[in-house]
Design a protein around this ligand. Structure first.
Ligand SMILES: [Fe+2]
Length: 376
């Protein structure tokens, strides 16, 4: 490898063929010297505005995977060459660590046991790694009682509280008390939860307390798999799904919740970071009819694949079983059930994305890391 100081840039070439130019100010501001940066939090202790804009690297010493740099403002710091390589090839953070695996209805998932998750941190990390790669995890052995899922949530951190509360009952109610279709016995088509909230709930947990009514099976669909198929077969429709703004909205006497965004969020490198689908509350913006014609065709294809048996992983939750799904990636559904044939009682809760991301990363750093605790 080689390091060249070109004055306005420092060029590093690694043996794997990667060459990257670093701005001297970027290097100076990235200093890990404990006088400049808190080693624990990684936060700067001094103001970057005090670094001269024309700061230069005046001296470079290379030793064992490290660069020692001396700067024109008198500061010096050591830099890990591995970290500089990472900054060159993968400058963004990953929300979760792990390669995404796309799946369809033929996928055979494995189950996690709540007792093992509690006694073996490596199992909890494996579950979080599944959330990263597959977007969901199945757990059994959770007490089939009200709020039994709190035991699972406590291992991760905190649940999200919304205007509907924390852990919510999902069971058919008398019509006067119904504020959501989930509280009726009717089938629920595949959807993500609450795309009208900002932020949309990150993860949805559905815990089964009782499920002996006829019907009521669950289905999960991988939105990334669906998006990938459309991108390969019809890039023009993928474009419509990722650009045309849609209003997602919910209103009742105590809440007005709305958000405008496309079905798919795609980064500039083509990664789909968020897939939405909610056929009950989407209203595409009244944009140009030619754009809308393409959009309607795109939504028809999107919906058709999502609704197809081939895309749906189907199962019936039994008492004590739970699924956790990435609500920015998966869609979930349930078949209708017959109220006269038994009882279907689920409980649902949401967890924010940073809770899950942080839990995985702290466990990767230290397998005995404890979940978030309140600091107050
Ligand atoms: Fe739902």
């Amino acid at each position: 490898m080689s390091v060249e100081n070109l004055g306005t840039r420092v060029r590093i070439s690694w043996s794997d063929g990667v060459t990257h130019d670093f701005h001297p100010f970027w290097l100076r501001e990235s200093s890990v010297d404990p006088q400049f940066r808190d080693p624990k939090t990684g936060h700067k202790l001094l103001d970057a505005e005090d670094i001269p804009l024309d700061v230069k690297v005046t001296e470079i010493t290379q030793r064992d995977g490290t660069l020692d740099l001396q700067f024109s403002d008198g500061h010096s710091s050591s830099y890990s060459l591995d970290k500089l390589h990472q900054a060159a090839v993968h400058p963004r953070t990953d929300e979760l660590i792990g390669k995404k695996i796309l799946w369809d209805g033929s996928f055979s998932p494995s189950w996690y046991e709540q007792s093992e998750l509690e006694s073996q941190p490596a199992k909890l990390l494996a579950l979080l790694n599944d959330i990263a790669s597959l977007g969901f995890a199945l757990v059994r052995g959770i007490p089939a009682e009200l709020n039994g899922m709190a035991r699972f949530i406590d291992q991760l951190g905190y649940m999200r509280i919304t205007n509907n509360g924390g852990i919510e009952d999902i069971k058919a109610l008398p019509s006067a008390k119904v504020y959501d279709l989930s509280m009726t016995p009717r089938a629920l088509e595949p959807h993500c939860d609450n795309p009208y909230r900002v932020p949309q709930p990150g993860y949805t947990l559905l815990h089964c307390i009782r499920n002996d009514a006829q019907g009521g099976e669950s289905a999960l669909i991988d939105g990334l798999y669906v998006a990938d198929r459309i991108r390969r077969d019809r890039p023009d429709l993928f474009e419509a799904l990722s650009t045309v703004p849609i209003v997602f909205r919910y209103a009742d006497d105590q809440a007005i919740l709305e958000h405008t965004c496309p079905f798919l969020d795609v980064t500039e490198d083509g990664t789909v970071t968020h897939a939405r689908f909610h056929g009950r509350c989407d209203q595409v913006t009244a944009t140009d009819p030619a754009v809308l014609s393409k959009f309607y065709e795109a939504r028809r294809m999107y919906s058709k694949i999502i609704m197809s048996d081939a895309a749906q992983l189907q199962f019936k939750l039994q008492p004590g079983e739970m699924f956790m799904v990435d609500n920015y990636r998966l869609f979930h559904a349930r078949r209708g059930f017959r109220l006269d044939s038994g009882i279907r009682h689920m409980q649902q809760a949401y967890i924010d994305r940073d809770v899950v991301s942080s839990r995985q990363k702290t466990l990767l750093r230290d397998i005995n890391a404890k979940p978030w605790k309140s600091r107050i």
